[in-house]
Design a protein around this ligand. Structure first.
Ligand code: PLP
Length: 423
């Protein structure tokens, strides 16, 4: 496997001079990411193109974790000693920051251990019955399929010819037994941004709750839950510069009073007297036990970092990378792109050699070991989608704002040299 060493040229060497002039966002940020200034043993710069799996972490996020251990280790919301006061204040300001980042109220932001955990938590809170229906799309990640499928009857809506959820089919799928519509905002396989606004409107007209899986959307373009009008929304910190082990479940405030806790422990109770329990309201009711404090503080640092750059600038940069990536990759006649590319498409490209027998794992291994390029291959936890299209897995390249045109070129060069293996 690829090995790395700390010394080596800084990443400026991996940014095309023309791009350096025209893309101030990318060139100004690359030095903030320790992994981008490492060099692979291949002699070529390391190229990280597996951002849909997890993004790299900038120095302020790494620093936030170590500051917690070095400077103010304490539990949160449990004490008022000198360290606890620092941590309590920082923790609550993170929640405030995350809330304003997504257009929510502070009390609507529930910290979890990740997007998957958020979806599982929501599925428990909804107290579904076996005959209840949950409508999902064929694009869902297993995390937004299995938790619903394990509790209720899941109905799957297909996409239309352009690669987005077919809204007429969605309308038809909703029946009086439908308790929830649960949809991805942006497919981690196809890269197509979904018409969630329209889907939410359709569901709300029928009085059905809506859950949005925003794992791939958050931190990529502005997402405002109030403007969207969804009831629940989930995402992971680690897909937007933050650490693993932290996620968010947004629950619209007026639903809180209809929900009962499903996890029990410290920090969630205001009073227990003679066995009678009064739960705290707001997020505390859903966050039993000690949270991932250092992770949440680092997540706050990630949100601040993104806010400093600005989501519109990030979205614009991702769009430039998408356009360039498509232009470069779509020229390979030996490759197929099994999923349609919609007009609103993220910088995620999924492709495979035409040959059914080509060993994708082998290809991705060579691209890593010989060309220093980190990619993803397989089904990306979205097997129903692959099965529907009759495709036996694919290679996924997914970019974030710190990626460059030169890195796309490096991938293209690698693919060109590997052409003999495509058969
Ligand atoms: C669209 C989507 N939803 C949910 C998840 C699950 O996220 P996590 O594994 O961080 O819980 C992913 C992860 O790849 C994803 O892409």
């Amino acid at each position: 496997m690829m090995q790395t060493r700390l010394s080596g040229p800084t990443i400026a060497a991996n940014v095309d001079p023309a791009e350096r002039q025209s893309k101030p966002l990318t060139t100004s940020v690359r030095g903030d990411f320790p992994l981008l200034i490492r060099e692979s043993t291949t002699g070529r710069p390391s190229v990280y193109l597996d951002n849909a799996a997890t993004t790299l972490k900038p120095q302020p996020v790494i620093d936030a974790i170590s500051a917690y251990y070095r400077e103010y280790t304490s539990n949160v919301g449990r004490a008022n000693h000198q360290f606890a006061e620092i941590v309590n204040a920082k923790f609550e300001s993170c929640r405030e920051n995350v809330a304003s980042f997504m257009g929510a109220k502070k009390r609507e932001v529930i910290f979890t251990s990740g997007c998957t955990d958020s979806i599982n938590l929501a599925s428990m809170l909804l107290n579904l019955e076996r005959d209840d229906e949950v409508v999902v799309s064929i694009l869902e990640h297993h995390s937004n399929y299995l938790p619903w499928q394990s509790r209720a009857r899941v109905k799957t809506v297909l996409t239309d010819g352009t690669g987005v959820i077919d809204l007429d089919r969605l309308r038809d799928a909703i029946t009086p037994r439908t308790r929830l519509v649960a949809l991805t905002y942006l497919s981690n396989v196809t890269g197509n941004v979904q018409p969630v606004r329209e889907a939410i409107r359709i569901a709300r007209e029928r009085g059905v709750l809506v859950f949005i899986d925003a794992a791939q959307a958050m931190g990529h373009f502005p997402v405002d839950v109030t403007e969207l009008g969804c009831d629940f929304l989930a995402f992971s910190a680690h897909k937007m510069l933050g650490p693993t082990g932290v996620g968010v479940l947004y629950i619209r405030e007026d639903l809180h009073r209809h929900l009962r806790p499903v996890r029990y422990g410290g920090g969630m109770v205001s009073n227990i007297k003679h066995g009678a329990v009064t739960y705290r309201d707001g997020p505390a009711m859903f966050e039993a036990g000690t949270p991932n404090i250092e992770g949440i503080l680092a997540f706050g640092a990630a949100v601040s970092y993104i806010q400093r750059l600005g989501l519109p600038a990030i979205a614009q940069r991702l769009n430039e990378l998408e356009q360039y990536g498509w232009k470069q990759l779509s020229q390979f006649e030996e490759l197929i792109f099994p999923f349609p590319r919609h007009a609103d498409h993220a910088a995620i490209f999924t492709f495979r050699p035409r040959s059914e027998t080509c060993d994708l794992s082998f290809l991705v291994q060579i691209l890593s070991d010989t060309y220093g390029i980190a990619l993803n291959q397989g089904y990306q936890c979205s097997q129903p989608l692959y099965e529907w299209r009759g495709v036996r897995g694919a290679i996924r390249t997914s970019l974030y704002f710190y990626n460059t045109f030169s890195e796309i070129d490096q991938l293209v060069d690698g693919l060109r040299e590997l052409r003999p293996f495509f058969a």
